[in-house]
Write a protein that binds this ligand. Structure first.
Ligand code: 3PG
Length: 218
């Protein structure tokens, strides 16, 4: 289906993916954590922040970061509906990440001026996202759905697609994914551990970001 853009996003999905080797997948339960966490990630060189819509505080956290940390680019993760996309845009998100893909979510993101990284795990899902104009996709859940071998196989028929594998990616296996020509970046939750948030250990999050920034393609 041809989707109509109502607002042009400030950044394309590919620009979001190419800013750093890793997009952190973030779960926040406390609005007080949002700004110091975002500042720590930015200090470590990671600016594209995926705050997942998995907690009641997620939207307030996005809003806080968008207002107080101008060097961060806030994105919304776990976008599963048009309502999620609208709420994320209202909270200041500039991009969206979805665990799967529907044209309704794609259209809602275009209406809201959000660039979208649609989640895919099969060839048919890639084709549906491509039909709607998406060529920068999230591969989720990456490790469970076939890992780097799957991405290599997709590189044949889907030679024009770039992926952000997410789910089971670690500092140990990230460079294996990043060495594939069709991988633009990876996503992972390890940059923002729950215990570091609980302890207010912003230095640890900054260090994890700095290390992630330096991950090289194998
Ligand atoms: C998620 O959506 O939870 C991401 O895929 C993060 O997965 P990870 O915890 O394995 O990095």
């Amino acid at each position: 289906m041809a989707l109509n853009p109502l607002k042009e996003p400030q950044l394309t999905a590919l620009q979001v993916m190419q800013d750093a080797p890793v997009i952190p997948v973030i779960v926040l339960n406390d609005v007080a954590h949002a700004v110091p966490m975002a500042r720590a990630l930015v200090a470590g060189g990671i600016r594209m922040l995926e705050v997942t819509l998995r907690t009641p505080q997620a939207l307030a956290c996005m809003e806080a970061i968008a207002k107080a940390v101008p060097d961060a680019v806030v994105g919304a993760g776990t976008v599963r509906s048009a309502a999620d996309a609208k709420a994320a845009a209202n909270a200041g998100a500039q991009f969206a990440v979805s665990p799967g893909y529907t044209s309704a979510v794609g259209q809602a993101c275009r209406d809201q001026g959000l660039s979208l990284l649609p989640g895919v795990a099969t060839g048919s899902e890639i084709m549906m996202a491509q039909e709607d104009g998406y060529t920068a996709l999230k591969f989720f859940p990456a490790l469970q759905a076939g890992g780097s071998a799957m991405l290599k196989a997709w590189g044949g028929p889907f030679f024009d697609v770039r992926f952000c594998p997410t789910g089971g990616v670690t500092p140990q296996n990230a460079s294996e994914f990043l060495s594939l020509p069709n991988v633009a970046c990876v996503g992972g939750s390890w940059l923002v551990p729950a215990d570091a948030l609980a302890q207010g250990d912003w230095a640890r999050i900054e260090k994890l970001a700095r290390e992630a920034r330096q991950i090289k393609r194998a």
